[in-house]
Design a protein around this ligand. Structure first.
Ligand code: MF3
Ligand code: CO
Length: 256
């Protein structure tokens, strides 16, 4: 499948889908405190998405049973919210969420500290986020897709962390997952040329230890094989002739 190029009209719809998602992340961030369950966060997300008149693109995706993913500590991605999973001081949690606005999908993830956490985990979260910004230095027309992958890898590798290979970023638009796949690790080919109007979900998933992951028996939750903590950071990005537009960050929001 070719990589879709969005028209100006479609870009406007992507912008709105992503702006709403960014607003929701700002709300959910305030929930992250010891004592809350991951199910409480999911239920809050459902309320917010409904209040926007949108729907979650995660719910029922290949049978996924919730509206967001909440991945705690050694869980890399796709953690299923549960009322028994209560956050406690020292945990780290990634909230991965998306929604559909007038047929257009958004997708973004953040990793947060629950109260005070170990300095090594603070650093993991920070480096994972920064690796996204290192990658998007190449997210503009004229560069190639794998310039992004290589920049993420070059940055993360300096810290000796494990870059997850089993899961990758993706194009996004009228489906949550479109071409191309976007690896977060070094590629030998440069990949397709980036063009204005491409919308990409770029999402490094980084482990403190081994990059190897396994699935839990729930068939969804991806965990690091060695039990080391894992962080995830994702935004939906628009390729332009100039700087990329990070559609799921709010101007003046707390994440910029
Ligand atoms: N947001 C995830 C991604 O970045 C997809 C979640 S799939 C779900 O590709 F089924 F868990 F929702
Ligand atoms: Co994604």
């Amino acid at each position: 499948m070719a990589i879709s190029i969005k028209s100006e009209k479609e870009i406007e719809l992507m912008r709105e889908s992503c702006r709403l998602l960014a607003m929701m992340h700002e709300e959910l961030k305030k929930d992250i405190k010891p004592g809350i369950s991951t199910k409480d966060i999911n239920d809050h997300a459902e309320e917010i998405i409904a209040s926007y008149g949108c729907v979650s693109n995660f719910l029922n995706y290949n049978g996924y049973p919730a509206s967001i993913c909440t991945s705690v500590n050694d869980e890399v991605v796709h953690g299923i919210p549960k009322k028994e999973r209560i956050l406690k001081e020292g945990d780290i949690i990634s909230i991965d969420a998306g929604l559909i606005y007038k047929g257009y999908h958004s997708d973004a993830a953040r990793t947060y500290a629950v109260g005070a956490i170990a300095p090594e985990h603070e650093k993991l979260i920070e480096v994972t986020k920064q690796s996204f910004f290192e990658g998007i230095k190449y997210a503009r027309a004229g560069y190639h897709l794998h310039d992004i992958s290589n920049a993420i890898d070059a940055y993360v590798s300096k810290f000796g962390y494990g870059i997850v290979r089993a899961l990758v970023g993706h194009g996004i638009g009228t489906s949550m997952h479109e071409d191309p796949q976007i690896p977060n690790y070094r590629q030998w080919r440069r990949g397709p040329k980036l063009k204005p109007g491409m919308t990409l979900a770029i999402e490094p998933m980084i482990n403190l230890g081994t990059p190897v992951v396994c699935f839990l028996d729930d068939d969804w939750t991806v965990v690091s094989e060695d039990g080391s903590y894992s962080a995830h950071y994702e935004n939906t990005v628009l390729i332009t002739d100039k700087e990329p537009e990070i559609l799921t960050l709010l101007q003046g929001g707390t994440d910029v």
